[in-house]
Ligand binder design. Structure first.
Ligand code: LHQ
Length: 265
């Protein structure tokens, strides 16, 4: 078995990253955080990378923080706050701001920070056998990794509160029905669906998609007036991309567009 805490597979136009500590349901250690941080920076700096697929090895997606690891130790020094500041918060910010779509393929249980890291991705597909658990309440912690922000926005206050306060597992199909995730799919079809989506994004107008991610994220804090103004600015920026020119040309010529994903002319 490969001992690296994450596996990176460079595919045509996208990268697949697999959290790889299956014996611990891919719980996060400091080493795994560092490896993931480096892999995300590399993907971001690679102009040919136009999507990212995030999944887990074995039967789980991610069980959150590894409770045996140094970062989990409670005591006199407030190490947990430090762990969020050093690793979890930058990870969530990075997933939200990567300049291409991030697809989570949740292959099994996603618990604690593992659930909220999945939910920070742009599109979440989950195997029918997977579940989402806000496990924090079972160990006296507060949902982190953006959980208290994203849960009420995705499922509304009543459901967010019950999920966070009870730590009850939410099965994938119910997560789809509640709008927590995009789709629950048959276990055997999960990876093929996620790969198909990433292959689609690898040929998509990446600049426009990156600006779309930004607009949607900003909308939570904006009133309509501010959002209209932002859309005006972003549309101007999108219209300067070579892919906009190609999209219009292809439409006029009644052919499929060939998007380069290039960030400037
Ligand atoms: C684990 C873990 C795990 C270590 C399963 N650690 N070994 C941020 C900042 C700093 C510190 C604190 O935390 C945070 C954010 C957080 O993420 S806090 C939340 C941490 N996560 C949890 O509390 C979840 C703990 N795990 C569970 O509740 C269960 O394992 C779930 C519901 C995920 C899965 O249950 P089962 O399917 O029944 O599997 P299992 O419990 O038998 O686990 C399989 C193995 O994985 C087992 O090891 P073993 O040697 O006994 O076979 C577990 O000990 C290990 N494992 N989660 N977080």
């Amino acid at each position: 078995m490969d001992e690296s805490p994450i596996l990176v597979d460079r595919r045509a136009g996208y990268r697949a990253i697999t959290l790889n500590r299956p014996e611990r349901l891919n719980a996060f250690t400091e080493a795994m955080h560092k490896a993931l941080r480096d892999a995300l920076a590399e993907a971001e700096n690679d102009g040919d990378c136009r999507a990212l697929l995030l999944t887990g090895a074995g039967r789980g997606f991610c069980a959150g923080q590894d409770l045996h690891d140094r970062l989990s130790k409670a005591g006199e020094t407030p190490v947990l706050g430090g762990a969020l500041q050093a690793y979890y918060n930058p990870l969530v910010r990075k997933l939200r701001s990567l300049p291409f779509p991030v697809v989570a393929a949740v292959n099994g249980v996603a618990a604690g920070a593992g659930a909220n890291i999945a939910l920070a991705c742009d599109i979440v597909l989950a195997a029918r056998s997977a579940s989402f658990v806000q496990a924090f309440a079972k160990i006296g912690l507060v949902p982190d990794s953006g959980g208290t922000w994203i849960l009420p926005r995705l499922v509304g206050s009543a459901r967010a509160r019950a999920l966070a306060l009870t730590a009850e597992p939410l099965p994938a199909e119910k997560a789809e029905a509640w709008g927590l995730i995009w789709k629950a799919v048959d276990d055997g079809a999960l990876m093929a669906e996620a790969e198909k989506l990433c292959a689609h994004f690898a040929r998509a107008p990446t600049v426009g998609l990156a600006l779309t991610k930004h607009a949607l994220d900003q909308s939570w804090g904006n009133d309509l007036e501010a959002q209209l103004e932002l859309e005006r600015e972003l549309q101007h920026e999108a219209s300067l991309s070579p892919d906009y020119a190609e999209g219009v040309r292809a439409f006029m010529e009644k052919r499929a567009p060939l998007f380069s994903g290039r960030r400037s002319r």
